[in-house]
Ligand binder design. Sequence first.
Ligand code: GLU
Length: 476
Amino acid sequence: MNEIRTRFAPSPTGFMHIGNLRTALYAYLFAKKNNGKFILRIEDTDRERLIENAVDTIYNTLKLAGLQHDEGPDNGGDCGPYIQSERKAIYAEYAKKLIDSGDAYYCFCTKERLESLTDESGNRRYDKHCLHLSKAEIEEKLASGVPYVIRQNVPTEGVSAYNDLVFGEISVENRELHDNVLIKSDGYPTYNFANVVDDHLMRISHVIRGMEYLSSTPNYNLLYRAFGWEIPQYIHLPHIMRDKQHKLSKRYGDANFEDFLEKGFLPEAIINYVALLGWNPKNDREKFTLTELAEAFDVAGISKSAAVFDEVKLRWLNSQYIQEMPTEEFQKHALPYFENLPANIDKELLIKLLQPRISVFSDIPEKLAFITAFEDYDINLLEDKNSKTTLELAKTVLPEVIALSENAAVWENDALFEAYNALTEKLGVKRKQLLWLVRIALTGQASTPCGATEACVLLGKDEALRRLKYSLQRIS
Ligand code: GLU
């Protein structure tokens, strides 16, 4: 069997759409699973949409995601150049071959004429007008520099069919196909041409890409046939949606890999989650490293139906990665969020408290809000229906807690816990009630990443006492 070769062929748009990341991932996994090669090709022939540094974004993203390509613009290979704008002469040469064989033709039609071909519903089909120009007419127009494009000459009869490894048999009436532009008036190829020439010359065995290309693939297959080239296997991937009706979108911050990195998700977790968007490992397993994915990946598990992106699930997966992280690594990620905390805060304890309690790193500021913002809290929080804790109870319990705390010889979690526990017996209140009051009086928040005594230790004795007194004063 020939070597398995897949490619990722992004257009440099400046960001990495989640759908494109999944395409890259599946192409990578399929190659790795089959001992093949994963190739990176930059598709930058749309010269009007070029964005500075966008190619660097592609390299950086693939690196972060761990998808190392075997061949590409930056690491070479025997099928280069791997940047389409550097392959202009190659496309021109192959377009000329198609013209000679009658599978393509020069088209000199003006914009106005093309626009006049648009029907009431806004659809436009080129009418092969220029196919019928005489050789002399063509020569003359070329010689006098009339702008032109080169179009594919698709048959007007018959059916084109192919087998997609995910979507099965796809069949199209040839009269539905368009005479696609292959070479534009600026001399650059369109995707519709370059993908065929490059996939062939780069010996791509399996073309993996989004399903938006399903319906134009018959056009491409006609080109392969015209050249007498072997047609690759196709693996088209279903769309990724936010819900049944809506695509992922930049507006909701769920379109791009970068959006999720910014929200504090880990690249490994994103990759793991994206792998499951449209691919089912056929068991209940959800957590996979990249290497494990490459072992488990199987085209038979790719679904035809749209995948729905579930950020809640991604959060869960991310929390799994966070919890399994070595403490030092967690600390590295968490420390930048500690910058504005008072110097005396016990950071080590904070790390211990946070690691099991956050799903993404950007949860940290909210969890720590009680440390920096305390004074204005709603005093009614001291009341708790569940444990029948009231403000009246607070008025008797808090002075006792303060007295005991002031005299505490060791300011440490277990000792404080024991002391407060003993106090509940003395006062005849429930432990739940006392700990609730202390925690709220110290933090001013219903939900905190720490219990009452942990809050004491975190804040330190002076600050803890100051807060207890402040809270008492507010209810007195
Ligand atoms: N440049 C195309 C895109 O970004 C690539 C499609 C393909 O994978 O063939 O959509």
